[in-house]
Design a protein around this ligand. Structure first.
Ligand code: HPA
Ligand code: ZN
Length: 337
């Protein structure tokens, strides 16, 4: 007998974790304009429609140019509070019970924002969400790979007073021409300090960058990694080790990694036995949060309930939560019908 199709109601009730989310990528157009006006930051847009008209990307770099411009409106503690709270309210609405959120201090520090301003706004929102609806959150300290390794090491040192607020480090921004090997010393230093590690690799970059992230940076998880499919040995390695991939379907379409959702390889990766998860990456810019990503897979790839349940379980097993907590969330998915 064939399965019932996925409905958005069913999906909304399914407990899920999000593991690949740039907090700046959740800056909604209306919030961007409000903060630009409040902080007297010049942006070349007069309305939500004009901001959204700029969401017409040709590749990763064309998106990053707008993404960094957007983040320049964030200035004081309350701005960071609202940015985080807007996203956590979405988690509540979509039953994303756990989120691992990337924070990129190198985006704000040159604008005169202090590390502690940023962290206190984020922390205030996270504490409120934990207290009022038991939202679970971990933070990832993410570095910008178009900048130097020295800059990243200086930023890692500045993060020292906030060490206990981050579970892992990450690596984002322009991938091509900035291979993982550029950050070998950064990852070694951070791992010695007890950070876990993730890195973007194999989004626009070749499978060799995924090998570099695994072997040189020794990451615990790969962000994106969809180009791994071009290398059979790499696929075997990912199946054998179960190093997770945090895949972002709508992002990959908007940034033209695949021409259309029907061409996306996420279900092939899942079928081949990789530990794949679904994530939104930069939901304000890419047309949807977690549930919209699942629904697009349902519409264009024929995602089944069995596959969606597997992806939800993977989101917890691939997380940096304790084994106990993972087991508890897996039970919740197992009891979900
Ligand atoms: N890739 C690299 N850097 C990023 C991305 C991405 O998809 N989103 C935000 N920063
Ligand atoms: Zn990303």
């Amino acid at each position: 007998m064939s399965e019932m199709p996925i409905t958005s109601q069913w999906l909304s009730a399914l407990p899920k974790a999000e593991l690949h989310l740039h907090i700046d990528g959740s800056l909604q157009a209306s919030r961007l304009l409000q903060l630009a006006a409040k902080n007297s930051v010049q942006v070349p847009y007069a309305s939500v429609e004009e901001v959204e008209a700029a969401y017409d990307f040709t590749d990763l770099q064309s998106f990053l140019d707008l993404y960094y411009l957007g983040a320049s409106v964030l200035q004081d503690e309350s701005d960071f509070y609202h940015l985080m709270m807007d996203y956590l309210l979405k988690c509540k609405e979509q039953n994303v019970v756990h989120a691992e959120i990337m924070v990129e201090p190198q985006t704000y520090l040159p604008n005169g924002v202090s590390f502690s301003t940023m962290m206190s706004g984020f922390k205030r929102a996270i504490t409120e969400a934990q207290d009022s609806w038991s939202q679970s959150v971990l933070l990832i300290l993410s570095f910008l790979r178009h900048l130097s390794e020295e800059d990243a090491l200086r930023t890692l040192a500045q993060a020292a007073p906030f060490r206990d607020q981050f579970v892992a480090i990450g690596l984002a921004s322009s991938e091509l021409a900035h291979p993982p090997e550029k950050f070998e010393r950064l990852y070694k230093t951070a791992r010695e300090q007890g950070y876990l590690a993730v890195a973007h690799a194999g989004e626009e970059g070749p499978p060799g960058y995924v090998w570099g992230a695994l072997d040189v940076l020794q990451v615990d998880r790969i962000d994106h990694g969809v180009r791994s499919i071009e290398d059979a040995d790499l696929m075997s390695r990912l199946v054998a080790t179960q190093v997770p991939l945090t895949v972002c379907p709508l992002s990959n379409i908007r940034l033209r990694v695949f021409d259309q959702m029907a061409d996306h390889n996420i279900l092939e990766l899942l079928d081949q036995g990789l530990r794949v998860t679904v994530n939104s990456d930069d939901p304000a810019y890419f047309g949807g949060y977690m549930n919209e990503n699942f629904m697009a897979m349902e519409a264009e790839l024929g995602l089944t309930r069995t596959q969606a349940l597997q992806l939800a379980k993977n989101s917890f097993t691939a997380s940096f939560l304790s084994e106990d907590l993972i087991a508890r969330y897996i039970d919740q998915v197992d009891q979900f019908t």
